[in-house]
Write a protein that binds this ligand. Structure first.
Ligand SMILES: [Mn+2]
Length: 248
């Protein structure tokens, strides 16, 4: 059986990334797909890009990666853009939208947010129709025939797995490595099956949640002039999204 580690939303958190990479290595998995949002939020965007380029087979572009390119004049993003530099920005721009492959007779597609693009968000509590829309071929995804049976994505930083029984499809979210918003643990997914095979065979989708040195990540955030630092640190420690934190 082949194993694929699927990581996403590292968001400049080096201690979380290193904990996840060590776990992947220890399991003997050497194929890593990355669903984007390498940058933003945390203090280590540049390092995360460099490290992920080194270890990930394929990386797709996330909404933060895209907005550093699109919103060149947004002062809130200037801190990250300055840190990353032109060459890495060009690299982010070059990343693909989706990863398509066969696994144990299933067509699998991975992307950051949705087939509409990196900025269109779909949540676990959205409608059946919106969830089914995650399997569509669009100008953003390109065409596959057949369209995907299994779709995995990032973006919302919350793990879930949803069978769409009426249509025989499976939707899942891999959670976030560096900025989890369900539990304060570094999270990723592992797919197991026969890679590149159109023959039906067993496969599994599992989720891994790891403790990592959160206080080291906090210390790294405190050493720099990070935008929304207080909210970011609370997210690391509590997994409560900054827009939901009580203002004191
Ligand atoms: Mn994200």
């Amino acid at each position: 059986m082949d194993k694929i580690a699927v990581i996403s939303d590292v968001h400049g958190n080096i201690p979380a990334l290193e904990a996840v990479l060590a776990d992947i290595r220890q399991r003997g998995i050497d194929l890593i797909y990355n669903l984007g949002d390498l940058v933003g939020k945390g203090p280590g965007s540049a390092l995360v890009i460099d490290r992920c380029r080194e270890v990930c087979h394929t990386i797709v572009r996330g909404n933060w990666d895209q907005s550093l390119i699109d919103d060149a004049n947004d002062p809130a993003l200037a801190w990250y853009r300055d840190q990353i530099g032109e060459q890495r920005l060009a690299y982010l721009q070059s990343l693909p939208n989706v990863i398509d492959f066969w696994l144990s007779g299933k067509r699998v597609r991975l992307f950051h947010a949705s087939p509409a693009g990196v900025y269109t968000r779909v949540r676990s509590w959205d409608t059946y129709e919106l969830h089914l829309g995650m399997f569509a071929n669009t100008p953003f995804t390109g065409e596959t025939n057949p369209p995907p049976d299994i779709v995995g994505y990032g973006d919302i930083h919350v793990v879930y797995l949803l069978p769409l029984l009426l249509d025989n499809k499976t939707l899942f979210n891999v959670g976030s490595v560096g900025n989890p918003l369900d539990f304060p643990l570094a999270t990723y997914a592992i797919l197991t099956g026969v890679l590149d095979s159109q023959t039906v065979a067993p496969y599994t989708i599992e989720f891994v949640r790891l403790s990592y040195d959160i206080e080291l990540a906090v210390e790294q955030a405190q050493q720099v002039d990070l935008p929304e630092r207080k909210e970011y640190i609370t997210e690391l420690r509590t997994a409560i999204y900054r827009r939901r934190q009580q203002s004191s």
